[in-house]
Design a protein around this ligand. Sequence first.
Ligand code: KIV
Length: 311
Amino acid sequence: MTDKKERPVYGSAETPPVSHSQDQVPQERQVPSKVTAPSLIARKGTGQAILCLTAYDWPTARLVDEAGFDLILVGDSMANVVLGHASTLKISLDQIISATRAVKRAVDRPLVVADMPFGTYHVSVEDTIVNALRLVREGGAQAVKLEGGVARAHLVQALVEADIPVMGHVGLLPQAVNVRGGFRVQGRTLDSARRLLEDALALQEAGAFAIVLEGVPSAVAARITERLTIPTIGIGAGGGCDGQILVFHDVVGLSMGPAPKFVKRYANVAEVMRDALKGLVSDIRDGSFPSDEHTYDATSALPEDWDSEVE
Ligand code: KIV
């Protein structure tokens, strides 16, 4: 880490980027309204909610972009909702990199943020930077997210100094499940609410461009939001945050098992898939699939006695 003390500064969202001939982006990837870390900071106080959702693959990321979301998080929740693990601790850096590449191929407008998996920033500052650089260089992430407050602020500063935008994450921390003894809502006592504010301010001071507030009482989240100059993104933190984030599979009804209290389900995609699969099973069993409609016919081009030639 360098001894640079001043708070790292993100570019102004209003100033058009200066183009350098060496790093010009190919024409088809130049989307004028592309969301950036500075453009999200500029949204603070405008009353325009920042729309965020997770995605882990090409088709779902495409749908999230089409729906108008501003930010896609390739979250370590992939461990639960895609890979079937009981906690987020099992996901590897390579798995997040691979998912981030698929998401990046799918989207034009949203900012793509990759989660730093458990163990990838619980190491030296240098190793943390190397791991985050892999998410950016190999995965194509435009920012990274890591969990923790005051204790992780030095890492946030080091990453921002290495030109990697960072989203913070305080409150209920899924990666801290073992030290906290479960998934615990934070900020329910005065002490805990004070600590949350200190955490958020430390991350802002270190240069984070936004902070996820997870599992925080809505009044506490609203107070933290007022005190910060960077956006807060709530998940189970009420409507007073600058933006909202949820897990894709929870929203569309594709996650198995009971959803947390803060989830609102907008579809039951698992039911739609179940019905589709039941239909296929029944059609194969009764012989109605494949029908002529789904079968290639070459008989008109073959001689009449072709089958005796193919012995
Ligand atoms: O991994 C995740 O999905 C998260 C949440 C903030 C949505 O970290």
